[in-house]
Design a protein around this ligand. Structure first.
Ligand SMILES: C[S@@+](CC[C@H](N)C(=O)[O-])C[C@H]1O[C@@H](n2cnc3c(N)ncnc32)[C@H](O)[C@@H]1O
Length: 203
């Protein structure tokens, strides 16, 4: 989907959010014990994760190409009195400041493999020594055994794809499938996500 299609998807929810106001559970889980620093959230959507990070003391920047999503994020950050930098850009072309971030988060960004690899390479270039790359998205297995998410296998990935594409020179701390409950019309089902957490070694 291009920026116009994503923007239309956000606009279609009217005054409501497309996603939740609360942060992703795996972000909260993985940040436990990590000292706040500078964080970059690529494809930040309505900013739920960047806003939560700012509330935890992180200096957070989010990038997305949907102006509607970003406007919602700015409004929510202002409502909470939080400073969050939300920038409109295509993450496939975006080049973060080199070695500047203690955390680069990429949550539920589903692109063809070549584009995903470019985004992840840029994400890694943005990592400061000791910085953490955290990638979470719908796992390929979710298509057949989970619920929700993109239905095109070419847009899905597995933890080992992220490790192969992006983690050369990083210390892989986690590369695993994780599940989360999703309420559906037929009751609660489990969605299957891929989660990779990798750290740039200290210089
Ligand atoms: C499923 S949403 C996830 C949003 C957010 N990461 C979250 O977890 O709440 C995917 C987001 O990726 C953004 N996106 C997709 N392709 C993009 C691109 N090439 N550049 C910037 N943003 C992109 C969309 O606008 C959308 O906000």
């Amino acid at each position: 989907m291009d920026a116009a299609a994503w923007d239309a998807k956000y606009a279609a929810t009217g005054a409501g959010l497309l996603w939740s106001a609360t942060p992703n559970r795996f972000l909260v889980q993985e940040m436990e014990g990590l000292a706040p620093g500078r964080a970059l959230d690529l494809a930040c959507g309505e900013g739920r994760n960047a806003i939560w990070l700012a509330a935890q003391g992180w200096q957070a920047t989010g990038i997305d190409f949907s102006a509607t999503a970003l406007a919602r994020g700015r409004a929510a950050a202002a409502e909470h009195g939080l400073a969050v930098e939300l920038l409109e850009a295509d993450v496939v072309a975006y080049e973060p400041p080199l070695a500047a971030f203690d955390l680069v988060a990429v949550f539920y960004l589903h692109l063809p493999a070549a584009e995903r690899t470019r985004v992840l390479a840029a994400a890694v270039r943005g990592l400061a020594p000791g910085g953490v790359l955290l990638v979470v998205g719908h796992d390929l297995l979710n298509l057949t055994e989970g619920v929700g998410g993109p239905q095109d296998p070419a847009l899905l990935f597995m933890p080992e794809d992220v490790v192969r594409e992006a983690c050369d020179g990083l210390v892989v701390e986690k590369a695993e499938r994780v599940t989360r409950p999703v309420e559906t019309g037929q009751g609660t089902r489990e969605a299957i996500d891929a989660l990779v957490r990798a750290r740039r070694p200290e210089a």
